[in-house]
Design a protein around this ligand. Sequence first.
Ligand code: GLC
Length: 453
Amino acid sequence: MNEKVEKALELLQASVMRYRGQPVGTVAAMDPNGAVAENYHDCFVRDFIPSALVFLAYGEFDIVRNFLKVVPDLRKQHNAMLGHEVEPAVLPASFRVLTEAGGDERIQADFGDQAIGRVAPVDAMMWWAILLGTYVRVSGDRSIAELPQVQQTLRGVLELSLKEGYEVFPTLLVPDGSFMIDRRMAVYGHPLEIQALFYGMLHTAVDLLDCVEDCSSLVELATQRMHMLRSYVRMFYWLDPQRLNEIHRYKTEEFGTGSVNMLNIYPESIPSWVVDWLPRKAGYLVGNLGPGRMDFRYFALGNLLAALFGITTSAQTRSLMRLYAQRWDDLVGEVPAKIVYPAVTGKEWSLVTGSDPKNVAWSYHNGGNWPVLLWPLVAVALKAGSDEIAHRVFDQAEQALPRDQWPEYYDGRRGNLLGRRAHLNQIWSVAAWLFAHRLLEDGVGLDFFAFRD
Ligand code: GLC
């Protein structure tokens, strides 16, 4: 094993969080200068995913199994907080282990009630379900999915996300900052990342829900929604030069069932950057879609997960890889990969972010570069047969990350500056690189997200 991998694995092992002697998760960061943000000692559900992938890829199943069992138990705490009688389905953003006066330990969860900005972690329940599916597939141990608490949670997650609301689309409506971008960034409504996760969760739930107590109508509903969601995202979120031309010539104010411009998108809302930026043979899924609103920004994680989970067609996935190849400086830069392109600036920055100084242009969630994006980028590149891209991004990350002590993010248009407030030894940066290494060098992990059609 090479030395870099060995050191990175040591760091990952050192980040393991234990509860009553058992490994249950990994902390967000182990900054040698002391964690800057207090909750970086927590295990975040979304941050644990790349760690879990590494553990699964090395056959260390226990920690993943424990995590999958511990998280549903925490729902009770939300219950107590809201005074509900029924156990709610939402899962926490993060949790920590506290030692009581008598030496006993207890886990304390944060459902967004303590997080900066009090944001709702909608992605946590999706990720938990998706990881459950991956665990079952990789370990061959289906018994965990049969545990009553796990079945109840799956069912609860499904019921909550399929509950009738004010929806007129198959996509899921969420508030701002409800996923990896957990700050105000105008990502409310129907952000792509949530739709990709929603699709992955539906797939897993349909597969693993045991209808001992009758739940066949729920499964039917989920299956229907899953198919509708995929067609809708494929069709309406997809943007390539041909589609851009159609939107450019859209008729507006159409009424009734036969309208082509169903969402009444005004051609005037097409930003000038996209017209010059989109290469002839490339395409991507737009960041958000709603009435009269198409957010043309490129959001990396949503696009990569959509490709990984099979929402995009294989032709679309190949177009996405051509976008990376032809817009390398913008989407990869010096350290992979850009979280969103382009950044919002000036007056728009102040309106979109609420004048958030951490999210100034080309920093953090507003156009920063995040090493954690390496794993889905390598996975999708390999899936699309773009091995060259996979190797190139990996090599760039290998140059930078150990040298810079695994930062959380980088700043600058080309991601050439260490993030101003980035934590070092950010565990999902370490894990993303380790999993990418396993994918590339050993071909392990390529089938982790192979959903059945
Ligand atoms: C920041 C990120 C969030 C991540 C957390 C812990 O809040 O925005 O996505 O889960 O840090 O790393």
